[in-house]
Design a protein. Structure first.
Length: 197
C-alpha cells in the first residue's frame, strides 16, 4: 500500500479563507432581495390579515397595507428610519382650492416617514365629476393633467423636491405627495392597487 502524505497546513488555510470569501460574497449579493423575502414570509405567516368584511365590495383598499404590492411594501419598510402612520387626515396637496370644491370624504391617509423624506397618500371619496373639475382647475396652479388607463384623470406637479400626483376615477381621489423620497413608480403602482386590485 502506498503511504498517504500529510495535508499541507498553509494549503488548508488558503482554501478555508477562499471558501469564507465566497460565502461572504454570496451573502452580499443576496442582501438586496432580503426585504422582498421578508415581506413575502410575513404575508404568508399572516402579516396582512385584512378581513373581507373590512373591504368595500368593489375591492377598493380599506387600509394602507392593501395599497402596496409585497415588493413595494418591503422597499418602503426597509428604508432607513421608515415608519408608517395611518389616519383620516385630509390630503396635504398644494391644490387647496380643489380640496375646498370637492369636499373629499377621506377613507384613510398613509404617511411614510424615513431618513430620506416623507410620502403621504390619501384615498378619498369624491363626486363622479371630480376628474373633469381637476382637469379644468389644476393647470392654473401648475399641474399637468391627462387621461390614463382610459378613464382615470392624473394630474402631477413637481416643485423642487416635492412631487404631487392626484388621480380621479369612479368617485375616488388618490392623492400622493412625495417630499425628497421618490421610490420608483410609486404613484402609478399605488393607483394600480386602487383601480386594478
Amino acid at each position: 500500500m502506498s503511504r498517504i502524505g500529510e495535508r499541507s497546513t498553509w494549503l488548508s488555510w488558503a482554501v478555508g479563507i477562499l471558501s469564507a470569501g465566497v460565502v461572504a460574497g454570496l451573502v452580499w449579493l443576496a442582501l438586496p432581495g432580503f426585504p422582498a423575502v421578508v415581506g413575502l414570509a410575513g404575508d404568508s405567516l399572516g402579516g396582512s390579515r385584512a378581513s373581507e368584511t373590512d373591504a368595500p365590495q368593489s375591492g377598493t383598499p380599506a387600509e394602507c397595507r392593501r395599497l402596496y404590492t409585497d415588493a413595494l411594501w418591503a422597499g418602503l419598510s426597509w428604508a432607513p428610519g421608515s415608519q408608517l402612520d395611518q389616519d383620516d387626515s385630509m390630503p396635504p396637496t398644494s391644490a387647496t382650492v380643489l380640496v375646498d370644491s370637492l369636499a373629499p370624504k377621506v377613507r384613510f391617509t398613509c404617511t411614510w416617514t424615513s431618513e430620506t423624506g416623507t410620502i403621504v397618500t390619501t384615498l378619498a371619496d369624491v363626486g363622479s365629476d371630480a376628474g373633469a373639475i381637476a382637469q379644468a382647475a389644476l393647470p392654473e396652479v401648475g399641474f399637468g393633467c391627462g387621461v390614463v388607463a382610459e378613464t382615470r384623470v392624473r394630474c402631477t406637479r413637481s416643485a423642487e423636491e416635492v412631487l404631487e400626483t392626484l388621480e380621479f376615477a369612479d368617485g375616488l381621489w388618490l392623492s400622493t405627495v412625495e417630499t425628497t423620497w421618490h421610490p420608483e413608480r410609486y404613484a402609478p403602482r399605488v393607483a394600480d392597487a386602487v383601480w386594478n386590485g
